[in-house]
Design a protein around this ligand. Structure first.
Ligand code: BGC
Length: 503
């Protein structure tokens, strides 16, 4: 299912995910480089406020960028929004690379954040509108795969340039991020417009031609293409009657349920605790008993590799296993790993309190096997996230809204993700020094809650066309009793008939 062109277009758009991951991953290494610190603040260390501002302004920019991308996607199109976002990203990356001091650096981080935030919202939305329902999960998961590759590449480039003395140590890793942004900017001019956006603007002939190019090697009379084309038109007619004008209306009537689920999934994705590991991996591995700095770095680097490898099953199997199973099993694996890690750390480590600051840390140096156990648990946790909540966090919101509000809806859910990302980046370092191993127990409990909430409230969306979501979300809000093999028989039978005709 799906043509080479379709895969190529979706994989190309996923470069937006690479920019996202790279920008997140690059900063932790750069912050520790001496020449960077001297150039930024004139001395060889950054205080915690400066570190937090440099890290956090990207996230603030992402929050704003994802909200701005909504109206842009509606008026200028999904495609033009990718072009604008990648341009903004490149400008932000250039400012960071050329920064001659702290102010310029934080301005660059914010501008790059605007681009990353907008890309994180628009890329999955664009992919969802190009994809046939059978492989939509897989195509959107490509962006998550690229996020993880971006994080990993940034980490290893940073580790490689650590040894260079002078400004190249940090200007090289910051400068490299311009390359994918430039490629995305120019390449997107050659990508098609979203057929659903074209139809919403009455550009029907172009839409049919794009659907045919993507799904049937250009054959506009292919019955599946014609059926999809007609289904989208029928849905647009239907939605015209109940058009939503303001953002507030998204939270009223029938749409409210989908808004709550979309926002919840994004908040949950952050409260798995994944970014506590992504941002503070060196500290965490140190707490788990790796004392040597270079060993901590290697452990963090391996973590990035595990993250990439464990995302591959999502690309391969998300559409077969379904969103619900993947989310529940992922939450169960992550929760178990976090709770075991916290319990073993608490049970075997010695909590040490710094008399001057009151900060606590766990000393596990006396028990090597417990320390290895915790490190393995962290890797299991990361794998659990990578195949489940990482991709599904982006897939689900991009597929549940009606066309008329899809851009508005996903811009709000994406903004929720960045806001929580920011919250986690602020609370995590405090939790690590105040409740130490309790941090893992906390996130473990969050994961248990997530599995339960998904079980009761999240309907399955695999295999349903974007136009069929209306019926998926019109049943009871409690969905644990639904039969997911065939939750909307009326639609399936329509498609089965079509399939028979084609055969
Ligand atoms: C999340 C990021 C996270 C990354 C890790 C993404 O899906 O949104 O916050 O850092 O996955 O792979």
């Amino acid at each position: 299912m799906g043509t080479f062109v379709l895969y190529a277009v979706c994989a190309f758009a996923a470069i937006g995910g690479f920019c996202f991951g790279y920008d997140i991953g690059v900063i932790s290494g750069v912050l520790t480089m001496e020449d960077f610190q001297i150039t930024m603040v004139g001395r060889d260390y950054l205080n915690s406020m400066q570190t937090a501002v440099i890290t956090g302004l990207l996230l603030a920019g992402c929050f704003v960028g994802s909200l701005l991308a909504g109206p842009s996607a509606e008026y200028f199109s999904r495609k033009i929004t990718i072009i604008i976002s990648s341009f903004v990203f490149v400008v932000g990356a250039a400012i960071q690379t050329a920064a001659n001091g702290y102010d310029m650096m934080i301005a660059g981080r914010f501008v790059a954040g605007l681009g990353v935030g907008a890309l994180s919202m628009i890329v999955p939305l664009y992919q969802s509108e190009l994809a046939p329902k059978e492989i939509r999960g897989r195509l959107i998961a490509l962006q998550q795969l690229m996020i993880t590759i971006g994080i990993m590449v940034a980490f290893w480039i940073g580790a490689g340039t650590q040894h260079i003395t002078g400004p190249s140590s940090w200007r090289i890793p910051l400068g490299i991020q311009m390359a994918p942004g430039v490629v995305l900017f120019f390449g997107t001019f050659f990508l098609p417009y979203s057929p659903r956006w074209l139809l919403s603007k009455g550009r029907n002939a172009e839409a049919l031609s794009v659907l045919a190019k993507l799904h049937s090697a250009g054959d506009e009379s292919n019955p599946l293409v014609v059926a999809e084309y007609e289904e989208i038109i029928a849905q647009i007619e239907l939605e015209r009657a109940v058009a939503v004008g303001s953002y507030l209306e998204l939270f009223q009537g029938k749409l409210c349920r989908r808004m709550i689920l979309g926002i919840t999934i994004q908040i949950f994705q952050q409260f798995t605790g994944m970014n506590s590991i992504m941002y503070y991996a060196p500290t965490i591995f140190k707490q788990a008993g790796i004392a040597d700095t270079s060993a901590t770095l290697i452990a963090s680097g391996v973590n990035g590799v595990v993250n990439v490898l464990a995302t591959i099953p999502a690309v391969l199997y998300l559409d077969r296993l379904g969103r619900r199973f993947v989310m529940m099993s992922g939450a169960a694996i992550m929760g178990t790993a976090m709770i075991l890690c916290g319990a073993v750390m608490g049970g075997t480590g010695v909590v040490i309190t710094d008399k001057a600051t009151g900060d606590k840390s766990v000393d596990m140096s006396g028990n090597t096997s417990a320390s290895y156990f915790c490190i393995v648990m962290i890797y299991i946790f990361v794998s659990g996230f990578a195949y489940s909540w990482g991709p599904v966090g982006w897939v689900y919101p991009a597929e549940i809204y009606p066309l008329s509000v899809r851009a508005k809806g996903t811009s709000i859910t994406t903004a929720a993700n960045w806001l929580m990302n920011f919250v986690i980046s602020l609370i995590c370092p405090v939790m690590l020094v105040k409740i130490t191993w309790g941090t893992y127990i906390f996130f473990g409990c969050c994961c248990a809650l997530m599995a339960t909430v998904v079980f009761f409230f999240f309907p399955e969306t695999k295999g349903k066309s974007l136009e069929e979501m209306e019926s998926v979300f019109s049943g009871s809000i409690l969905c644990h009793r639904q039969k997911y093999n065939n939750p909307t028989p009326e639609f399936d039978s329509v498609h089965d008939d079509e399939k028979k005709e084609i055969a």
